[in-house]
Design a protein around this ligand. Structure first.
Ligand SMILES: [Zn+2]
Length: 103
């Protein structure tokens, strides 16, 4: 007669905690089941789905990073222009003060 294996004793399939939304960022590989398990909530995920989610998240982060880099470059150019305007305005103020002082 074949031995009945209780899966729940081999590896955990149910979350450790309930009532909060876990981001499942700390995971480890369960070699017996060839699955990914969250260290915090115990959620079990398919490795392919986990990698796909990570790749999608990384793709979104890279797009956001590229957007931020372009924004930094644009703001840097605006700062340079404002500095140039400030220098010109200071020079105009000095010239006007000389005119006022001589009259
Ligand atoms: Zn989790």
């Amino acid at each position: 007669m074949a031995e009945v294996v209780d899966i729940s004793t081999q590896f955990r399939l149910l979350p450790k905690k309930k009532g909060y939304k876990c981001r499942c960022s700390r995971v480890h590989i369960v070699e017996k089941s060839r699955m990914i398990e969250c260290r915090d909530c115990g959620a079990v995920q398919d490795p392919y789905d986990y990698l796909m989610n990570m790749a999608e998240t990384q793709n979104r982060v890279m797009i956001e990073l590229d957007h931020r880099r372009r924004e930094v470059a644009k703001l840097g150019a605006e700062i340079q222009e404002l500095k140039r305007i400030k220098v010109n305005l200071n020079a105009q103020v000095r010239r006007k003060q000389k005119v006022i002082n001589w009259s």
